[in-house]
Design a protein around this ligand. Structure first.
Ligand code: FES
Ligand SMILES: [Fe+2]
Length: 448
């Protein structure tokens, strides 16, 4: 048994040991549930990474806004009168009262409910009640404006922010993951849009359970989600393991990939011809085009730290509807070490036939919505490490096994001649991506 050490020295020692443990393919349970580590994550992961905050189609017009989170902090994601997007800290510069209490809307200004300070939708201070007696004419609108994220950028319609003034660019941060976002969202110049507001629900889980699962856990699908096959929602569920493999990308990003989900008459791996007809593959690079034309697909992936994307087939009604590809964005909001709010945005191609979009949306809700069959399976499983991670006995005795496929003939191994970005494994009988995710996490949380 090893005594559990607390405080800065205890956490530092723990993180040093985690690096060694990961080299041996094990991970101490404490990594999944610890208030001290969670606070460090807020400081070193969420305040320094490029974090997803929304999709451009959620705020298409000047004045549109939605409330969003970076870590636990609430912000207003607003498009100002000039069409620029800003991420404004939702906290008044007078006494820190929230200035915006609506989840979404359209407004040129935000008025604080406490004493009535007013801010423009670009964050600038714009006056206060009893202005002449209350404040001098020289009051600086920028100095007393809402605090603003220093960096905001978009890629393929996804809006990311970075709260670190010294951050690298979004393009550098995404690295090779940008290539895979192109082959997912860049098939048509109108692109995809989110369908409605993000659906939300709370799981008694740590945020990293969702992030690591979507980044590489093909192994659980035929087992945890077996009822999906039994009910006809996911025919041939074993294929989710046997037909897939993993791609790891530098920066802690990771992908579960597939080739050719659905046979003819579907094309390009799983699209009905009327949807494939809207694709403009000539806009892709030659290697991206080869990837798509061969039916390769980034099925489920995680962009470090807490954005995941699912792009997978399902069946809405096994008796009456055909298989269909559905796409959704998924965010793991880290509200506490043992509480994650899951946000889910189903998506559709703007130019695709309405009938396909409707079926794709229904399928997304049926499987990964708040009451989706897959969703309920996953969240129950993920409550295990969040709960057990606080146990003194478990911390003293439990290191979790991350050795799937290692030492087996048909299991773990890298594709030597993988011609696309990142590193690919031969099968999905491995936890290569999860190990890479955790190694990156260990570096970032350690402040390296
Ligand atoms: S707290 Fe906002 S105006 Fe006083
Ligand atoms: Fe799952």
């Amino acid at each position: 048994m090893t005594a559990v050490q607390h405080g800065k020295d205890g956490v530092d020692a723990f993180l040093t040991n985690v690096a060694t443990d990961l080299d041996s393919g094990v991970l101490p349970i404490r990594a999944f549930s610890d208030p001290e580590l969670h606070q460090l994550e807020l400081e070193r992961v969420f305040a320094k990474s490029w974090v997803y905050v929304g999709h451009v189609t959620e705020i298409p017009h000047p004045g549109d806004y939605v409330l969003r989170y970076v870590g636990k902090d609430q912000f207003i994601l607003a498009r100002d009168e000039n069409g620029e997007i800003n991420l404004l800290f939702n906290s008044c510069m007078h006494r820190a009262t929230a200035v915006c209490h609506a989840e979404k809307g359209n407004s040129s200004h935000f008025r604080c409910p406490y004493h009535g300070w007013i801010y423009k939708n670009n964050g600038d201070w714009n006056g206060a009640p009893h202005r002449v007696n209350a404040y001098p004419r020289t009051m600086d609108p920028k100095q007393w404006g809402l605090r603003k994220a220093p960096h905001l950028d978009t890629y393929q319609g996804l809006i990311f922010v970075n709260l670190d003034p010294d951050a690298i660019t979004l393009k550098e941060y995404l690295g090779d993951m940008a290539w895979y976002l192109d082959v997912t969202f860049g098939l048509n110049s109108s692109g995809m849009r989110v369908v409605g507001d993000p659906q939300r629900w709370i799981a008694g889980a740590n945020w990293k359970s969702g992030a690591e699962n979507f980044g590489g856990d093909a192994y659980h699908v035929p087992h945890l989600h077996r009822s999906g096959e039994e009910t006809g929602v996911f025919p041939r569920i074993d294929a989710a393991l046997s037909g897939q493999f993993h791609i790891a990308v530098d920066g802690g990003h990771s992908i579960v990939a597939s080739r050719g989900f659905l046979p003819e008459p579907w094309v390009l791996g799983g699209w009905p011809p009327e949807v494939a007809a809207i694709f403009e593959l000539d806009k892709l690079s030659p290697d991206q085009r080869e990837f798509v034309e061969n039916g390769w697909c980034a099925t489920v992936f995680t962009i470090f730290p807490n954005l995941s994307i699912i792009h997978a087939p399902g069946v809405y009604d096994a008796q009456s509807t055909p298989p269909v590809l559905m796409t959704a964005l998924r965010q793991w909001q880290p509200f506490a070490h043992d509480r994650t709010e899951i946000w889910n945005w189903p998506m559709e191609w703007i130019d695709a036939p309405a009938e396909f979009n409707r079926l794709s949306y229904d399928t997304a809700i049926n499987s990964f919505g708040p009451a989706g069959m897959f969703e309920q399976d996953d969240t129950v499983a993920w409550e295990g490490p969040a709960d057990v991670g606080t146990s003194v006995f478990a911390r003293q005795t439990m290191k979790l096994n991350y050795q799937l496929g290692q030492g087996t003939p048909g299991g773990f191994g890298l594709v030597e001649d993988w011609k696309f970005p990142g590193v690919a494994t031969k099968t999905s009988y491995d936890e290569y991506n999860q190990l890479r995710f955790w190694k990156h996490w260990q570096k970032v949380v350690s402040g390296q």
